[in-house]
Design a protein around this ligand. Structure first.
Ligand code: BV8
Length: 248
């Protein structure tokens, strides 16, 4: 893939880079993206109908089972070349005293596995479980056949520690992401359809702040026409090539 020389130069000179990733960066790890038809048992459900407090209230076992299925997929998969390339980008920037902020909508935790110092998880993490009533993270609970299992403290249901539609994002994490989008010189939007708010506003904030906005996505999104650079490709291919070109 021929990458624009001006982009390579801009990245070489950048003092601050921010990155927003979506489900697309984990597609090459074998994880279905959020809007792809869910496979098998889950084909008849819309993810946006399962990832809500109302769905959990209506059918807690169904929602718990859906996340257990996704958690199993995550456990059986691993980060791909795109994740590792972002970790290399962070190392190169930090080695020269520059800043790098990684913001993700993903709940698979893969960015943690490749060694980033800080990951801003806007939508939580599927590997963490919390009490539905008290919102406290529960690391372990007595094994049980009951689904969802019960909180060992209050006896209410446990739920995945992810942000459902209609729920607020973790305030400090969102604030840090908004701040990074407004001060960075280069903002990457990678593998996201850009349809979920408030995450989808981050690249637009960067554009408003006159940052260089780079989209890496195989299909067009609402951001594509506005991006400084719109690279139509798979992140597992584009990111390693870009990092190699900027920091040979
Ligand atoms: C909130 C966790 C307020 C759960 C998720 C305006 C402002 C504020 C809110 C709203 C608003 N308008 C609407 C809303 C409400 C809502 C919303 O955005 N709805 C949408 C559907 C319109 N937002 C919310 O409810 C948010 N909360 O605003 O609260 C509030 C304030 C105070 C008090 C109370 C409430 C919460 C949103 C978070 C929802 N949770 N995830 C879970 O995972 O189960 S979002 C979910 O969608 C995932 O996190 C996913 O990451 C995210 C976005 O999807 P994408 O990542 O973009 O994935 P998608 O499949 O769409 O696209 C993948 C892309 O990858 C594709 O383009 C594809 O082409 C590309 N791709 C494929 N292969 C590759 C690739 N790219 C690169 N390489 C490849 N190889």
């Amino acid at each position: 893939m021929t990458l624009p020389l001006t982009l390579i130069e801009t990245l070489r000179r950048a003092n601050s880079v921010a990155v927003l990733t979506g489900a697309g960066i984990s597609a090459e790890s074998g994880l279905p993206t959020f809007r792809e038809a869910q496979t098998g048992l889950w084909a008849k459900y819309e993810p946006t109908e399962l990832a809500t407090p109302q769905a959990f209230e209506r059918n807690p076992q169904l929602v718990w089972d859906w996340y257990a299925w996704r958690r199993e997929l995550v456990t059986q998969s691993k980060p791909n070349a795109g994740h590792y390339a972002l970790a290399a980008m962070e190392r190169h920037l930090h080695a020269t005293g520059k800043t790098f902020t990684l913001i993700t909508q993903n709940v698979d935790g893969f960015h943690h596995l490749v060694g980033h110092q800080t990951v801003l998880e806007l939508h939580g993490n599927i590997q963490r479980t919390k009490c539905y009533r008290e919102n406290t993270v529960i690391p372990t609970w007595p094994s049980t056949e009951e689904r969802p299992p019960r909180c060992p403290r209050c006896g209410g249901y446990l739920r995945p520690d992810v942000v459902w539609f209609g729920e607020a994002l973790p305030p400090a994490t969102l604030t840090a992401a908004l701040q990074a989008a407004q001060v960075c010189e280069v903002f990457f939007s990678i593998g996201t359809s850009g349809l979920v708010e408030p995450a989808a506003s981050l690249p637009r904030l960067a554009l408003d702040a006159k940052a260089c906005v780079v989209e890496i996505n195989p299909t067009p999104t609402p951001l594509t026409p506005q991006a400084t650079y719109a690279i139509a490709g798979a992140s597992g291919t584009v990111l390693p090539e870009l990092v190699q070109a900027v920091w040979p």
